[in-house]
Design a protein. Structure first.
Length: 236
């Protein structure tokens, strides 16, 4: 009887161990399989560290001019990293910054019009970073400051009404569809790029068309010349 209960206790202990360890093991596997290129995005501090060390080396090779965006106080467009306050010195390529201030703004106006909203003001972006890629790959447009991961876009109407369009919930709707088609046409016309897969919706942006971009929309200014995408950079 004593031996039996000793064995039972042993079996019970093994069972308990399996029950405890199994979910941890499954979770680890699950995480591994679903790790996307954007699985870890930089916090503003990490981004600054990256810029000070690795990126300065990479940018010296790539030679795309870099500037800083005062997200907190900008006449045309403001922003903040999701979950953080705005940064007064967000590093960004000059070309993406100038596109945000001109073509992006006019595309947001067009997209808001698809919502029935005219006379919009105070456009702001909630984003997941610009130099925001754990791969640190020099050919990723993030590694060149030429891409931004957008979580939501907000604008104000008169009488203090604020509209926020989240990519996760509104990505399939008229607002983001209009915005992406408009952006693709701007990229083609102003940046000398061909349309990606003959589709302005897929040009210079990745969103609901890709399983890894359901929550945020990746918006980029690709590297093109003579209506061709230049190697080794990503095409969008
Ligand atoms: Zn991205």
């Amino acid at each position: 009887m004593k031996i039996m209960s000793g064995k039972l206790i042993q079996v019970a202990l093994v069972l308990i161990m399996v029950l405890i360890l199994f979910p941890i093991f499954v979770k680890a596997e699950d995480h591994h399989h679903h790790k996307s290129p954007h699985a870890h995005t930089f916090t503003p501090l990490e981004e600054e560290d990256f810029f000070q060390s690795t990126f300065k080396y990479l940018s010296s090779k790539a030679n795309f001019p870099i500037t800083t965006w005062n997200e907190c106080r900008d006449r045309t467009i403001e922003g903040n990293y999701i979950g953080y306050r705005c940064s007064r010195k967000r590093t960004i390529s000059k070309v993406l910054f100038s596109y945000l201030k001109t073509h992006f703004i006019s595309c947001v106006r067009e997209a808001a019009f698809a919502n029935g909203d005219t006379d919009i003001k105070d456009i702001s972006i909630e984003h997941k970073g610009i130099f925001a890629d754990s791969r640190h790959s020099p050919d990723s447009l993030h590694g060149q400051g030429r891409a931004i991961d957008i979580k939501s876009i907000s604008y104000k109407l008169s009488f203090f009404r604020k509209v926020t369009m989240n990519h996760e919930s509104d990505g399939h709707g008229a607002f983001y569809t209009t915005l992406r088609e408009c952006w693709g046409e701007k990229i083609k016309r102003n940046n000398n790029c061909p349309l990606f897969e003959d589709d302005p919706y897929l040009t210079g942006s990745i969103g609901k068309d890709d399983e890894d971009h359901q929550i945020h929309m990746h918006l980029s200014v690709p590297v093109c010349s003579n209506s061709e995408y230049l190697e080794p950079y990503k095409r969008r």
